[in-house]
Design a protein around this ligand. Structure first.
Ligand SMILES: C[S@@+](CC[C@H](N)C(=O)[O-])C[C@H]1O[C@@H](n2cnc3c(N)ncnc32)[C@H](O)[C@@H]1O
Length: 274
């Protein structure tokens, strides 16, 4: 979907009186704790492309703040907050999340995302652990900015996979009225998934286990064209290479498949209890 579909605000420097990055039609922001490799970091890539602006530590954000520290789930009821300020993320490493001074960042509308599956090369197949671009796209989609969500993900070779995998759920969430309804639908979805998981194990366990970890079926991504020269922070958009796509099998970020299966099941069990 091209920018022509995106309405009269596209390309303007301000949105509701607030400065916004000029290369994206909606205001996006991040607190960047600099934990990540700039070439593998979706937030940094969006910054290089001019799609997201940086926030200072100590600065609060008036739109939707996507954070693991949130208590409520983001829902279409947050549209007003979004329209007032856009959406923000906390760019940091999942491994160092305990080091984040959450009291010095955030805002009035801190939100969790409901169950969705990451399709980025680092955490492919993991539920809830989205990267910054996926988190922002999911939020936009849920509050009603579907075209903009897709536009954001066009900046990543693997971006289409996020919608291939999550579109059904995103559409369910986007039709909900509020956070309670989203949590209800999410719970139902997870229960159905847990039930079909047990059903499949009972009916034909051999078949299931010979297929390996279905969560980690590699995503169809284009050939990695990045090279070492892409380390430079060039202002020329044509020179901005996408992050290298790690070999999922070799990545130290991905535990072995059994651990991952167990992690996934624990998360689902934990969610079903709430
Ligand atoms: C921990 S950082 C990891 C960023 C990663 N290095 C990248 O390349 O984008 C991801 C951020 O996205 C947002 N996020 C991801 N998953 C989320 C979820 N389930 N609920 C709320 N926010 C989430 C949070 O702001 C979180 O800090």
């Amino acid at each position: 979907m091209g920018p022509r579909h995106l309405g009269k605000n596209y390309g303007k420097d301000t949105y509701k009186g607030q400065k916004k990055p000029s290369k994206f039609p909606l205001p996006l922001a991040m607190w960047d704790f600099g934990h990540c490799n700039p070439n593998a970091c979706s937030g940094k890539r969006l910054e290089r492309l001019g799609c997201i602006r940086n926030l200072r530590i100590g600065q609060k954000f008036k739109g939707v703040v996507l954070t693991p520290n949130g208590k409520l789930t983001v829902s279409p009821a947050d549209r007003e907050f979004f329209d007032n300020g856009g959406a923000s993320v906390v760019e940091c490493s999942w491994a160092k999340i305990d080091e984040i001074p959450f009291s010095r960042i955030g805002g009035r509308c801190e939100r969790l995302l409901p169950y969705l599956v990451a399709t980025n090369p680092i955490n492919y197949g993991r539920p809830w652990r989205l990267n910054c671009a996926e988190a922002l796209a999911a939020c936009m989609y849920i509050v009603g900015y579907k075209d903009e969500a897709r536009l954001l993900m066009e900046n990543f070779k693997w971006g289409h996979a996020f919608f291939d995998v999550n579109e059904e759920l995103l559409d369910i969430y986007a039709q909900c009225k509020d956070a309670d309804e989203i949590q209800e639908k999410e719970k139902q979805y997870l229960e159905d998934m847990e039930a079909s998981y047990h059903e499949q194990r009972n009916i034909d366990p051999d078949d299931l286990w010979t297929q390996g970890n279905l969560n980690h079926k590699p995503v169809a991504v284009g050939k990695d064209t990045s090279d070492s020269s892409s380390n430079s922070e060039s202002s020329d958009e044509a020179n901005i290479e996408e992050e290298p796509i790690p070999n999922i099998e070799d990545s130290k970020h991905v535990a072995n498949e059994e651990d991952d299966d167990e992690l996934w099941r624990n998360i689902v069990r934990m969610k079903l209890k709430t």
